[in-house]
Design a binder for this molecule. Structure first.
Ligand SMILES: C[S@@+](CC[C@H](N)C(=O)[O-])C[C@H]1O[C@@H](n2cnc3c(N)ncnc32)[C@H](O)[C@@H]1O
Length: 281
């Protein structure tokens, strides 16, 4: 009985993923987004050069926050439909015109971070994670591209000793912060209070993954409100759906951004449509 239930749930999941894929595919057939398509090609070409993100023997000792079903698909081909990595590389180039300070909190095996390194130029790219750097890419001098400068900081977002040490080491202001570590309301609040709040440039984007996890969207809204009073200016908040690190092999991710930039106006001006995009007032 248990096995039948498991098989039924798996089948329902796969059908759900397929139906979603067809809907997204159709959406982007109608809304061609020529501007982003080039970035998608660059990212897919780059990913095809990587044989293995993390060897199995290393994974078995430390899973880097990657579930086995994700680990098995990390190198699988991703269709040319927008992932969060595509969107981030595109926005950094298009909105900030390169030369930015980028912070990724929670980098895991570096799958997204490496695409950023490949897709942007002349930028400072800082990785923050509780784990040691993925040994396959630990030589940052060797993997850096496009005149970028790469740094890795090992620490927990929940430990104030680590977050203070981080602030002592990195004095620059960050234009783009990707929050992708522990997906709990407490953790995103902690990293906001102890890191993000203090390091934002005048024009900034804070990008969140997995907002459909329990309690995250509510906390996301609280952070937006807090930032509004902290900065004493209007801060905008948007949500939308894109594919994650293994593309259409799993369900769409609900992502969101908090920014002082009028993102709706920007998308309109650039004629870009993102699936499920919503400006939350
Ligand atoms: C979802 S993965 C990040 C994926 C990565 N951003 C990407 O897209 O390729 C989450 C990462 O957060 C890290 N993490 C978990 N708890 C953490 C904590 N308390 N502080 C810092 N990083 C943490 C895990 O080690 C894991 O590598």
């Amino acid at each position: 009985m248990k096995q039948i239930k498991y098989k039924f749930n798996k089948l329902a999941f796969l059908i759900g993923v397929k139906i979603e894929f067809l809907k997204v595919h159709f959406f982007y057939l109608v809304n061609k987004n020529k501007a982003i398509n080039n970035t998608i090609k660059i990212n897919r070409e780059y990913l095809s050069t990587i044989d293995k993100f993390l060897p199995l023997d290393v994974y078995l000792k430390n899973d880097y926050g990657v579930q086995k079903r994700i680990y098995d698909e990390l190198e699988a081909e991703i269709p040319e439909l927008v992932t969060y990595s595509d969107l981030m590389v595109f926005l950094i180039n298009d909105l900030f015109k390169n030369n930015i300070s980028y912070l990724e909190i929670g980098v895991s095996v570096l799958k997204n971070y490496l695409q950023i390194n490949n897709g942007v130029r002349d930028s400072i790219l800082v990785a923050y994670d509780i784990n040691d750097v993925n040994p396959s890419f630990e030589d940052f001098e060797n993997i850096k591209l496009n005149n970028n400068t790469l740094y890795y900081f090992k620490g927990s977002v929940l430990d104030v000793k680590d977050t203070s040490k981080f602030l002592d080491l990195y004095k620059n202001k960050f234009d783009f912060v990707f929050s992708d570590a522990l997906h709990t309301p407490e953790a995103i609040r902690s990293e906001y209070e102890h890191i993000i709040k203090n390091i934002l440039s005048d024009d900034f984007i804070i990008y969140y993954d997995d907002l459909d996890f329990d309690g995250l969207e509510k906390e996301f809204y609280e952070i937006k409100k807090d930032l509004e009073s902290h900065k004493n200016k209007k801060i905008n908040y948007y949500t939308f759906f894109v594919y994650g690190w293994i593309g259409s092999k799993e369900k769409l991710h609900k992502n969101g951004i908090i920014t002082n930039i009028d993102f709706s106006a920007y998308l309109k001006e650039r004629n870009i449509k993102i699936y499920g995009f919503e400006e939350v007032k």
